[in-house]
Write a new protein. Structure first.
Ligand SMILES: Nc1ncnc2c1ncn2[C@@H]1O[C@H](COP(=O)(O)OP(=O)(O)O)[C@@H](O)[C@H]1O
Ligand SMILES: [Mg+2]
Length: 364
């Protein structure tokens, strides 16, 4: 899939911007703080309707303005459609071909974007919720129904936690309703578990080879850890029952896919505890590149790839290993402060944009 053209209004430090992109490699270079990440953030917003940097949409609107929008023409299977995300103080609106789409879940799985940003390096060392977040974002852009199941799970989880607290406060020992909620939670949780397991299995088919192609040595694997793994609904319910009194005492659901985690290992050693910063960065980058192939396998189209500021800590050889791995069917956006680190031959076959304080100059 290709982003042919983008029109940005009042987004971050851009006032009005219209750019036409190459179907292959697009390079955006410029000094720090000029708006390179803002541009790729706009592309990400167009795809996933939110930023990868912040949760508060209002901050994305150009200072002093009341509304921002990003519109893009996406070509997929020889067909072009126009997508648009509009942010304002009243909330968010999304449109496909100028028609309003009411449910976000009817929008987000249409444009696939894989983004690597230097902040991703923290995914491996931060809390499990960051790694679940990674799984949720990626799986929901592949399977439309995943987001719906996830939101159903979270609704039941809330109700269950509330009821656990009620049981505790009222000293009421009736667990009938708790069992109904638990059964529902398990039903949605098992489906989430299956999606996550199958996604991680697919990633593992490719990730080790990608890691070795770029960084030469090391066997990288990702393990999906979940209390639901390899259990059926009855078995899981039996475990919950053992936890009921404990859960009532703390008013929280102690078991479930909201505690799932991912463990990255290099040569069987966990990267969180044993890896170097460089190895962790390489692992996340390999994960994202593996996703490219997984999404192509499932959706039959390559996603759009964004490598934001990737080169800042890589040597020339690794940069060129990465660039030569990229299939020329993949539309790629690379941002960098150091244009001279990219091979001249590669530059010649790319579209190059020079970013200067909210303006973009196309170089010919
Ligand atoms: N809502 C906003 N309105 C106007 N400018 C903004 C807004 N949000 C961020 N900026 C500006 O964007 C710039 C950072 O852009 P960014 O794309 O992160 O830079 P870089 O080129 O280093 O990737 C900063 O100068 C910041 O002040
Ligand atoms: Mg940046």
């Amino acid at each position: 899939m290709k982003l042919k053209e983008i029109t940005i209004n009042n987004f971050r430090n851009y006032d009005k911007l219209n750019l036409k992109f190459a179907p292959g490699l697009n390079i955006i270079y410029g000094k720090n703080g000029v708006g390179k990440t803002n541009l790729v953030e706009a592309i990400y917003l167009l795809s996933l309707t939110k930023s990868f940097r912040i949760n508060n949409d209002k901050i994305l609107i150009n200072y002093g303005k009341v509304q921002a929008s990003v519109e893009g023409d996406i070509e997929k299977n020889n067909d072009t459609s126009t997508y648009k995300v509009i942010l304002s103080n009243e909330g968010k609106k999304v449109e496909i071909n100028h028609n309003k789409v009411d449910k976000i879940s009817d929008y987000v799985s249409k444009i696939n974007v894989i983004l690597f940003n230097p902040m991703d390096i923290n995914i491996i060392t931060s809390s499990p919720s960051e790694r679940r977040n990674l799984l949720n974002i990626e799986i929901s852009q592949i399977y439309k129904e995943y987001l719906i199941i996830l939101s159903n799970y979270n609704k039941i989880l809330k109700q269950r936690n509330f009821y656990l607290r009620q049981l505790y406060i009222n000293g009421n020992s009736s667990v009938e309703y708790l069992e109904i909620l638990t059964t529902k939670l398990i039903e949605y949780g098992l489906r989430i578990n299956q999606y996550r397991q199958s996604f991680v299995d697919k990633i593992n088919k490719y990730i080790s080879k990608i890691y070795q192609d770029i960084f030469v040595v090391g066997d990288l694997k990702v393990k999906y850890v979940s209390s639901y793994n390899k259990k059926n609904a009855q078995e899981i319910l039996a475990v919950y029952k053992k936890y009921y009194s404990k859960e009532m005492a703390c008013g929280k659901t102690l078991l479930g896919v909201h505690h799932d985690d991912l463990v990255f290992t290099l040569d069987n050693h966990p990267l969180k505890e044993c890896g170097s910063e460089g190895q962790r960065k390489n692992a996340i980058l390999s994960f994202k590149l593996a996703e490219l192939v997984v999404i192509k396998e499932i959706k039959e189209n390559y996603p759009i790839l964004i490598l934001d500021d990737l080169f800042s800590e890589l040597d020339k050889e690794k940069i060129n290993n990465i660039l030569s791995l990229l299939n020329n069917e993949v539309q790629t956006f690379i941002t960098t402060t150091e244009i001279n680190r990219i091979n001249k031959k590669i530059l010649k076959s790319s579209k190059v944009f020079h970013c200067v304080d909210g303006k973009m100059e196309e170089e010919v």
